[in-house]
Design a protein around this ligand. Structure first.
Ligand code: FA5
Ligand code: MG
Length: 414
């Protein structure tokens, strides 16, 4: 958009990522701003709260899941390419063609065949197909999402998969147990192919592993609750919420993996659990980091507080100081000649305002009774994490934004 802000959008025919050129098409919606996050790899920095949380998770599995020869059971993967195919991110996980999570308004597409992974679950099918039975994938994921203190368009997840052979299932149960049944039916507690006994056992093992992991990360028990949810790739499925600043904060999704996925990946004789957790949210709670944008700070005031070799050290983040917010509204008529969603505007604000944007809310929607045209009013809260912003600085950003609403979105500022 950089060019587009001054004049007409001038776009290269290719998006180039790690020396690979991807042809643009009408799906392309990655922005230069978003692409600039690729390669930051906060989860692989030596001194960073995100990598500390990753290492706490990995260490837990290294310590508690040991193979027959004393070897670690789980393999760890934290350097897989964040550019994935539509098959990997959706199709292989049985996400239907018309599912909301596939919309251009929710993902960063490179073109109609490739996108920046929207979850680390995108690698599960391929890794099972490669023959892995126990693994953890950690990486950066990309979503067009809300903007507030616990949401950011780039964040990090750790996904884990544990496949059980019949013998492993028996070892956990303490007796023989039949994993599969023919002509079974699906209900709230199980898939059609699974016996109720096996499904319940997997659920119990999954939930106790996760609680033990979470309590281990936080150094003790804490208020939490399980919520029944729906994922296309697991059934039954749950989310775990923990109490954070007086409200419930969701930290992970999990469930019994769909047997059809495992079968297609060539391991249909096994039954499996999987989970995916957000590292930022865990780190925010663990270190009392108040805002998700801070993880991207290059300021030594932030980074120096995490300059320790041992990821288990207790650290409480001390705000360098809290700088004041500035609020500006922007109203415009939505374009009539192209599709539009609020996430288009959020991306534009990110591109132009960068990380000084703390929050955006749609505060008013108005449909003109005669023309039928729709106008949106957005309230944008600006705050710099490391200094006091002046109204002039914000005005400059706001002016560019007004211009870009016209040039890039075809909107008409009111
Ligand atoms: C998933 O992404 C599923 N793939 C998780 C899963 C894996 C379920 C395997 C079953 C089996 P969800 O969209 O709920 O689910 O995201 C998982 C976690 O990522 C959330 O609980 C939250 O901790 C984190 N998260 C989601 N969106 C954001 C965001 N915009 N910013 C920061 N963290 C986020
Ligand atoms: Mg969720």
């Amino acid at each position: 958009y950089a060019e587009g802000i001054q004049g007409k959008p001038k776009l290269e025919p290719f998006v180039s990522i790690n020396n690979v050129d991807y042809a643009r098409d009408n799906y392309t919606n990655v922005t230069p701003k978003i692409l600039s996050y690729l390669g930051r790899n906060l989860h692989r920095e030596k001194y960073h709260p995100i990598s500390f949380v990753k290492r706490r998770i990995e260490n837990y599995f290294y310590k508690n899941f040991i193979g027959r020869r004393g070897n670690p059971m789980f393999s760890m993967h934290d350097n897989l390419n964040p550019v994935v195919s539509v098959e990997s991110n959706f199709d292989n996980l049985l996400i239907p063609a018309d599912h909301v999570s596939r919309q251009k308004g929710d993902c960063y597409y490179i073109n109609k065949n490739y996108l920046l992974r929207a979850h680390t679950t995108a690698h599960q099918f391929d890794l099972i197909k490669m023959g892995l039975d126990h693994f953890i994938v950690t990486g950066d994921v990309y979503r067009r999402d809300e903007i507030d203190s616990t949401h950011f368009p780039v964040f990090h997840q750790s996904d884990a998969v544990r496949l059980f052979t019949r013998e492993q299932l028996a070892a956990v149960a303490g007796h023989e147990i039949e994993p599969f049944e023919l002509n079974g039916i699906e209900n709230e507690e199980k898939q059609a192919q699974h016996t109720l006994e096996a499904s319940k056992l997997i659920e119990k093992e999954l939930k106790s592993t996760l609680l033990s992991l979470i309590f281990n990360i936080f150094g003790g028990e804490m208020p939490h609750r399980w919520v029944d949810v729906y994922f296309p790739f697991t059934h039954p499925s749950w989310e775990l919420e923990i109490e954070h600043n007086g409200t419930w904060m969701e930290v992970l999704g999990c469930g019994v993996m769909r047997q059809d996925i495992i079968k297609r990946a060539g391991a249909g004789d096994r039954i499996c659990w999987a989970f995916g957790m957000g590292l930022e949210r865990l780190a925010m709670h663990l270190y009392k980091i108040p805002d998700i944008r801070l993880f991207w700070s290059k300021d030594s005031g932030f980074l120096s507080q995490f300059n320790v070799d041992d990821p288990n050290v207790n650290i409480t983040y001390k705000p360098v100081s809290v700088y004041p917010q500035l609020t500006n509204d922007l109203s415009f008529w939505l374009p009539v000649d192209r599709e539009y969603c609020s996430n288009d505007f959020y991306d534009l604000v990110r591109d132009i305002g960068g990380n000084i944007v703390e929050q955006i809310n749609l505060v008013d929607e108005f449909r003109h009774p005669k023309t039928g045209k729709v106008s949106h009013c957005y309230r944008i809260v600006y705050r710099h994490m490391e200094k006091t912003l002046t109204q002039e600085e914000v005005n400059e950003v706001h002016f560019k934004l007004r211009q870009a609403v016209v040039d890039v979105l075809n909107g008409a500022v009111r």
